[in-house]
Write a new protein. Structure first.
Length: 320
């Protein structure tokens, strides 16, 4: 009995570890944590449809001081983004000025993976596939298969050593990659000072702070419309009113989420004499649907198939 207990104590942890390595949900969770915890720098390439751009990123976690990152656009006009926690400052040249845009943005690559929730488990099936070389490192492929037609298949490659997300791609029902982002260079860092955390700006130029939108919480009771039946698996996670510079009426925004993909619905009253554009278009994985109903313009957009946007747009019911 003693020898059997000793055998189990020696080998059971290793068997559990092997099970963890093969669990795709644990791999996704680990990748999400690694993107915030680790120190790294590299270059990644983003492709959406025919648009391709490359970015240089440096990310540091200074413990109690929090996360800091600097992203530099390497193609086209110079553009930099400095992030401290959720606070973001964007530097970009415009004519003879440098525009500073202070706003809060969603997490960018590689910290794009959400926490594994019941929503994502209910709407996707996860499986571990092969290993591919990404940016000079071995990437373990995990595939999220949608359970219906209302979302895309998602492929993710995680670094086998650190767990960091190396590549992410959205695939349509024809198994074609319609949007992807991936490291082509990546270096893990031990630590560094703060000298790198500043933008490359040209001396002598003026700085202009762009006007900020005013965002206030809103509820369905405050509106002349309600949203009925959503596509399966989506639920409303936010509803706000935005006071946008240049617009005389606030714009209502609703956000719907399925655990991975999000869809935004914008509704605003039509201004007198304004002729809205109506139609749909797509860019990579992002689809956009614009329509008019009962004196309101509706814009639905998200990284989901067009059928998802159509159902959300049709679910809006105007009370007046």
């Amino acid at each position: 009995m003693i020898r059997k207990t000793l055998f189990l104590s020696l080998f059971l942890p290793f068997s559990l570890l092997a099970a963890d390595i093969n669990d795709p949900w644990l791999m996704i969770e680990k990748a999400g944590q690694a993107a915030h915890r680790m120190n790294f720098k590299g270059i990644f390439v983003y492709q959406s449809g025919s648009t391709v751009s490359s970015m240089q990123i440096m990310h540091m976690n200074y413990g109690p001081a929090g996360e800091f990152s600097r992203v530099v656009q390497l193609d086209g006009l110079p553009r930099e983004m400095l992030r401290q926690g959720n606070d973001v400052v964007i530097y970009q040249p415009k004519s003879e000025k440098v525009m500073i845009d202070r706003r809060r943005l969603q997490n960018g690559f590689p910290s794009v993976l959400p926490r594994v929730s019941e929503d994502i488990r209910a709407n996707y099936q996860a499986r571990v596939a092969g290993v591919e070389r990404i940016g000079g490192r071995d990437g373990q492929l995990v595939i999220l298969e949608p359970r219906d037609k209302y979302r895309y298949r998602c492929k993710m490659w995680m670094d086998r050593d650190s767990g960091l997300l190396l590549k992410m791609a959205f695939v349509n029902d024809k198994d074609e990659i319609i949007e992807q982002v991936a490291f082509n260079q990546l270096l893990l860092l031990e630590g560094t000072n703060m000298d790198w955390f500043h933008p490359e700006v040209q001396p002598g130029k003026n700085y202009v702070i762009t006007p900020e939108e005013t965002v206030t919480p809103a509820t369905a009771q405050d509106s002349d419309w309600i949203v009925g039946q959503l596509p399966p698996g989506f639920r409303k996670t936010d509803q706000v009113q935005r006071s946008v510079p240049g617009k005389s009426y606030p714009v209502s925004q609703l956000v719907f989420w399925d655990g991975l993909a999000s869809v935004s619905l914008f509704i605003e009253p039509l201004r007198q004499g304004y002729v809205p554009r109506v139609g749909s278009f797509s860019q990579g994985a992002t689809n956009v649907l614009i329509s008019v109903s009962n004196g309101y313009q509706m814009v639905v957009l998200g990284e989901v198939p067009a059928v998802t946007l159509t159902q959300i747009s049709n679910a809006v019911d105007f009370r007046k």
